[in-house]
Design a protein around this ligand. Structure first.
Ligand SMILES: O=C(O)CCC(=O)C(=O)O
Ligand SMILES: [Fe+2]
Length: 280
């Protein structure tokens, strides 16, 4: 299988999981420590928020990048022409967030960060010596105390039938950050591109956790861990009438972390945000 589903509690978990990340840029964890009832509560709370007018009071800040991004604003993937069919809210610990939604969101933010730190330890430990030698500091340390890690709550609205031809919920893209922690969404649709260029469904049993490598970790490991193209396809049948909610946590290094001879984390991020058209 291109993307492995690994039992977090298995004695071989770290080896199997990092093997999948090296092969495909993706790995799926079951029996992980993030409580599923917390994830489901977040899906319900945020779906209600997106269905309300309240969101319009949190219009995103182009400089800081926190707040609500409407379907009109939403990203155009690098190299794509058409906007994604999605709206989303960017949560930073220092950023704006509706008071009522804060406790659960921050609890999830902290738990997912702790897990990410452990997984970055696995990723480093199981990399070959020459890859480890490229790292300017230990991977878990790169995210310690960072203000840059971003929790994105995404809502893909039900389809209306008036979508522009070719528009997708999320067009093919790679993530910018080090790694992404993504609980299985409430609806399917996530696909990853395999080495032959074919789209494969990412295993998405409700309750599992998808982890993928982003461009910054690919850069820092000289490509040993690849940042793989992925997308969210549009639903058909009954699914077309449903919203899809997902909750990626994008782990970002501290701004001054040296990723490679070419980039610090800050330089890399600014370059990519400009390409996405969400930053001047
Ligand atoms: O919604 C998803 O399942 C994936 C979202 C994603 O890939 C992203 O926002 O970068
Ligand atoms: Fe992504």
């Amino acid at each position: 299988m291109f993307v492995s589903v690994v039992d977090y509690r298995s004695p071989n978990a770290a080896a199997e999981f990092t093997e999948s990340l090296h092969r495909s840029g993706f790995g799926v964890l079951k029996n992980h420590p993030i409580p599923q009832d917390l994830v489901e509560t977040l899906y319900a709370e945020w779906l209600a928020f997106f269905n309300s007018e309240e969101k319009f009071g949190y219009s995103f800040d182009p400089e800081k990048q926190d707040g609500y991004f409407s379907t009109q604003i939403s990203e155009t993937a690098k190299g794509a022409q058409i906007k994604d069919i999605k709206e989303y809210f960017h949560i930073y610990p220092w950023g704006r967030i509706p008071e009522a939604l804060k406790p659960n969101a921050m609890r999830y933010y902290d738990l997912a960060n702790q897990l990410a730190s452990e997984l970055l330890g696995w990723i480093e430990t199981w990399a070959p010596a020459e890859v480890k030698a490229k790292l300017s500091e230990p991977l878990p340390k790169m995210i310690e105390g960072t203000p840059n890690t971003l929790l994105r709550v995404l809502r893909y609205p039900p389809l209306t039938g008036n979508e522009p031809p070719g528009a997708l919920r999320a067009a093919a893209h790679e993530d910018i950050n080090l790694i992404t922690v993504l609980p299985a969404a409430n609806e399917p649709g996530l696909q990853v591109k395999d080495r032959d260029g074919n789209w494969q469904d990412v295993p998405c049993d409700f309750g599992t956790l998808v982890i993928n490598i982003g461009d910054m970790l690919q850069e820092a490991t000289g490509g040993y861990y690849p940042s793989t193209s992925h997308r969210v396809v549009n639903p058909t049948g009954e699914g077309a009438f449903k919203s899809r909610v997902s909750l990626p946590l994008f782990l970002h290094a501290r701004s001054e972390v040296v990723l490679s001879e070419r980039y610090t984390a800050r330089q890399y991020l600014d370059e990519r945000l400009r390409e996405l058209g969400v930053k001047m």
